[in-house]
Design a binder for this molecule. Sequence first.
Ligand code: GLV
Length: 327
Amino acid sequence: MKIYITRQIPDVGIKMLTDKGFEVDINSEDRPLTKEELIEALRKKPYDGVLTLLTDQIDGEVMDACPTAKIFANYAIGFNNFNTEDAKKRNVMLTNTHGGGADRVAEHTWGLILALTCRIVEGDKYMRNGEYQGWDPMLLHGTKLAGKTLGIIGTGRIGADVAHRAKNGFMMNVIYYDIVRNEKIEKDLPAQAGFGATFYSTVEEVLKIADVVSIHVPLTEDTHHLMNETRFNLMKKTAYLVNTSRGPVLDENALVSALQNKIIAGAGLDVYEFEPTLAKGLAELPNVVLTPHIASATDEARLDMARLSAQNIIDVLEGKPAVNSVI
Ligand code: GLV
């Protein structure tokens, strides 16, 4: 079997493939390939499987460059870079790394929430700039979380992990919106004494009530610009917004306006609409915390993702069902 990997991933995944006797070729450039380069690479050999990254746009044209490939296995939880319809038409399997790194993304989400509400980045800058003159009763007041309400949009594995930490770690009330009511999260986090997960049937209701809103939906046509000017306007002026899902779920220019006009208190982002470019004005705002799409960047998560993506390829090429099929 021949496998193409679009960029270096941890060795453990590559070894799983070579241990099976598969021939593995890897893009030797330390950057994502352009679509043209990827097509050219895939035309070189009759590859049986391709291991892809979230930066690779995999559509029918790419699939047709390698008609022998039975599987495109993403080394990512998100899979908006796949054209699922094109894959279905060609009977090509698509997989993700669901289950690898979700807890880490939840931790990173909390990192952003705490950085905002404890004003950690502003405080760090203040210290490094030599501005600190000694304890000041009015300096950099943040926001207490205990007893406040976290609004979660999307309660898949990551959203649910964020909710668990809200209730059990920070004594927050949790409200959520999802396209279907999540009975498991309500059972796991019963709404006793004001804390627990409570379902709202519209995004709008969650936005009006929550003190912190955290987005955990996949990027689809339906969720593109889920957060737009109208919806920012519904949020409390004191509320924070955090996004560790996919950038285009937020209208980033509208978010910059909302932050500039103090429609909301602040935002923590790990993903961007025009990645790697930031919307104009975003980086100049003091009330945002920005990280470079690293929510799942730990050795543990990356090793799990390498193992899972390799295992998906092995399973499909050995004729078994793929655990992480996304179509
Ligand atoms: C990262 O964004 C991922 O989808 O794994």
